[in-house]
Design a protein around this ligand. Structure first.
Ligand code: APR
Length: 307
């Protein structure tokens, strides 16, 4: 049986565990530092199984050892963004948390594929890479799927069409540095550049870039979790079922798109081995420049950390 560990049993972690269990992607271990909380959530979830009808086991724990031999580990541990707080304000606190979690993954789940969700995403994924010492293809950041589905949702709302027919593509960093690609965003194969004017596209692009903050402003006490957990589950599914889906995700660049030693959101092929290929798109000059700005800002942020 496939074993999936979700570290951090807060809003994102617990909702992810629920989605993974309901899809029967594997047995799930949910771990958190708060005593009793992951155990309680796991038991509550198991008690829904007779109605919902899933046959996987869900266990809650405060002991990292229980992630032993996991195939996939999802890191959602950390503090969430509060209103007015930028993702970068989170760096120091979450750096220590993700560092510690990564050391435990190295010890207990040395063959796992790691999906990092904790913000600031691109930096935390870099931290997890350095602290696990894993091959870069096995440490991936969840950003692009979420940013793309947000863009797709706004396109569908604008056109009054089914969101299922929209395929959006967003590259770059997670947050202000993302690079939405309208010409690679399609509705049943039709680029949105043929379906709406530039002003409308710009408005949707801006809303996508601000997507996480828009939810934070509304919730006031936390950040998004329904769409993030759906995005994580899609990535977990592609890995454990070896679907080899082409999805945007934060992947380690070693020369692709002209960048090195940096995590950037790009389309990847996701399978049992993790990132099995990075798809290199032909970018226009402005797109290349935006991506370079993204990389530059991340390099600078990472250079200040002691990794
Ligand atoms: N090990 C395990 N769990 C931890 C640790 C740790 N070292 N440190 C903190 N946690 C737990 C907290 O106890 C909390 O239950 O991580 C959980 C985080 O949950 P929430 O505060 O509900 O945050 P959530 O909304 O789930 O977001 C988690 O995902 O999208 C990102 O920006 C978001 O970085 C944030 C992360």
């Amino acid at each position: 049986m496939t074993k999936i560990t979700v570290v951090g049993a807060g809003f994102v972690g617990a909702t992810t565990v629920q989605r993974i269990a309901e899809k029967e992607l594997g047995d799930v271990v949910m771990t958190d530092i708060i005593e009793g909380m992951p155990q309680g959530k796991a038991l509550d979830l198991m008690e829904s199984a007779p109605i919902v009808g899933f046959d996987v086991n869900v266990v809650g724990t405060n002991d990292y050892k229980d992630m032993q031999d996991s195939d996939v580990v999802v890191i959602t541990a950390g503090i969430a963004r509060k209103p007015g707080m930028s993702r970068d304000d989170l760096v120091k606190t979450n750096l220590n948390i993700v560092g510690k979690v990564s050391e435990n993954i190295k010890e207990y789940a040395p063959d796992s594929i790691v999906i990092v969700v904790t913000n600031p995403l691109d930096i935390m994924t870099h931290v997890a890479l350095k602290k696990t010492g894993f091959h870069p293809g096995r440490v991936i950041g969840m950003s692009g799927v979420l940013d793309s589905v947000r863009f797709a949702t706004f396109v569908a709302m604008e056109l009054g069409c089914s969101a299922r027919d929209v395929d959006a593509m967003v590259l770059g960093g997670h947050g202000d540095l993302m690079v939405p690609l309208p010409r690679h965003t399609t509705v049943s194969g039709i680029p949105i550049t043929e379906l709406m004017d530039e002003a409308a596209i710009d408005r949707l692009v801006q809303r996508t870039i601000n997507g996480g903050a828009e939810i934070v402003e509304l919730l006031k006490t936390g950040s998004a979790f329904y769409a993030p957990s759906a995005a994580i589950t899609l990535m977990v599914e592609s890995i454990v079922r070896d679907l080899k889906r082409i999805l945007p995700a934060a992947a380690y660049m070693y020369g692709q798109y002209g960048h090195e030693d940096i995590y950037l959101g790009v389309p990847v092929k996701l399978g049992r081995m993790g990132v099995e290929a990075v798809i290199e798109l032909d970018l226009t000059e402005p797109e290349q420049e935006m991506l370079a700005q993204s990389a530059e800002a991340l390099k600078e942020a990472i250079s200040t950390l002691d990794l």
